[in-house]
Ligand binder design. Structure first.
Ligand code: HAX
Length: 425
């Protein structure tokens, strides 16, 4: 790993100097103000975190290290990981070194399978996945080095080791969760010669996988990789890691947040909603039937899964990438057809509700229909696949935070009494 470590050493020297200078010269410049509504409103829009792996302008969508997702969707997860970490795309040699490091670290210890196999058969796949990450904590290189005594400047090195170990093992763990949870037979061992995407496809073990399924999984692993620093899973992961809890604790905790229906679980909820309407009308529904279901869902006090966003105010470019994939490969598939017909109807209906700030689809509205087409029909599994991809961005953010020697995350809370006094003044 000498090339990546050397590159990051140089980058951190440069980035630390840059941050130091910015703080020295402009430390007291105000970048955000917090209103009472924001205090009560989940801190929406408060600029108070630094995250350099990616940013999400509300009118553009995901930009990774200065490059729009649209320019990157043809790449592999390994190339994206290098870009997230260093800010540069890898040379051929750098990519080969990273791939070979990941290949070496694939194997999952037997005790992890024992834990997964002993879990209740109706455990949610995300509980199994997050448990597997947490139970591997004893393998943390960071925790071991910290125990021995580790200078702050060096914290990023064992964090990078943990990141590569975890990222290398997650496809096997995710595929193992699929096979154990849904009674698919024996776990399939990793193939040391395969890349992340190929091995994940191999270990899922779907019968007769279509060659385009590989292409979908590659796209899936790239599109979900990162979404700046303030979303629930990113903020949770970095908050935990800021206490110098290692990446096993931090990622497992962050992914517990990803498992919420307002966040990554929306992909499961979205397909469940689509299947409900297909079942009810025995096929792809009409525009009127979709409108009916929207009304029924809203009247029941539920959200329309896969629509809306805390930051975006446009159709999510990640949704567009998935929609284009479906249009190219199976435009007439009834599930996909329903998803694309929903896109014609839902935004118009949500626009009629004033409080909804973004009526457009997010990443979770289409991805499930594509997996379903290729035979991955167990939709409670979909968030696990999201998490495999998001581990790239969250691990890169953690390595960078340790490299930048970022402090403990500790904002200040106030009481309702304090607010009442403050508004009187
Ligand atoms: N359906 C119904 N109502 C919606 C809605 C939707 N899709 N999107 C927003 N609203 C409602 C909110 O529930 C909120 O209502 P209340 O004030 O009564 O609580 C109101 O509109 C204002 O919300 P907002 O400011 O537009 O959106 P938020 O920043 O508060 O929330 C969410 C953003 C993504 C959580 C929201 O749009 C939502 O619940 N969407 C459906 C679930 C979903 O798709 N989540 C995945 C988001 C992407 C992601 O993180 N993936 O991992």
């Amino acid at each position: 790993m000498s090339k990546l470590v050397e590159k990051l050493s140089n980058k951190f020297n440069e980035w630390r100097q840059e941050a130091k200078k910015i703080i020295e010269q402009h430390g007291s410049t105000v970048i955000s103000e917090v209103t009472v509504s924001q205090g009560y409103g989940g801190m929406r829009g408060v600029r108070s975190l630094i995250c350099d792996t990616s940013r999400v302008p509300q009118e553009d969508g995901l930009i990774i290290r200065g490059r729009h997702l649209k320019e990157l969707i043809h790449l592999t997860p390994e190339e994206i990981l290098f870009l997230l970490l260093t800010g540069e795309l890898p040379s051929e040699e750098e990519l080969e070194e990273l791939k070979s490091e990941l290949r070496k670290r694939k194997s999952v210890s037997q005790y992890v399978w024992k834990v997964l196999e002993s879990m209740p058969k109706d455990s949610h796949p995300m509980v199994m996945f997050n448990t597997a990450i947490l139970v591997m904590q004893k393998e943390s290189i960071f925790a071991a080095e910290y125990e021995k005594g580790l200078r702050k400047e060096e914290h990023w090195k064992p964090t990078l080791e943990d990141a590569l170990n975890i990222i290398a093992k997650l496809p096997a763990i995710a595929a193992g969760v699929y096979r154990i949870r849904f009674n698919k037979g024996q776990i399939i061992q990793p193939d040391p010669g395969m890349d992340l995407t190929g091995d994940y496809v191999h270990m899922l073990g779907l019968p007769n996988p279509d060659p385009n399924f590989y292409e979908l999984i590659r796209l899936y692993l790239v599109a979900h990789c990162d979404h700046e620093g303030g979303n629930v899973s990113a903020l949770t992961t970095q908050t935990i890691n800021s206490a110098l809890s290692d990446l096993y604790y931090a990622l497992s905790g962050g992914f517990n947040g990803l498992a919420g229906p307002l966040h990554g679980l929306a992909n499961q909820e979205s397909l469940k909603w689509v299947m409900k309407i297909i079942e009810r009308y025995s096929g792809a529904p009409s525009v009127e039937q979709i409108k009916e279901l929207i009304q029924e869902t809203l009247n029941a006090g539920k959200v329309i899964p896969g629509y809306g966003h805390a930051v975006l105010r446009i159709t999510d470019p990640r949704f567009e990438a998935f929609l284009n994939f479906g249009k190219k490969h199976f435009p007439d598939d009834p599930v996909f057809l329903t998803v694309s017909r929903m896109y014609d109807v839902v935004p118009g209906e949500l626009k009629k509700i004033e409080k909804i700030k973004n009526p457009f689809p997010n990443v979770d509205a289409a991805s499930g229909s594509l997996l379903y087409h290729y035979g991955l029909t167990e939709y409670s599994y979909y968030t696990v696949m999201f998490a495999v991809s998001r581990s790239l961005g969250l691990s890169a953010q953690a390595v960078i935070n340790r490299g930048m020697m970022s402090p403990l995350i500790r904002p200040k809370s106030v009481t309702t009494e304090w607010i009442k006094d403050a508004v009187k003044k």
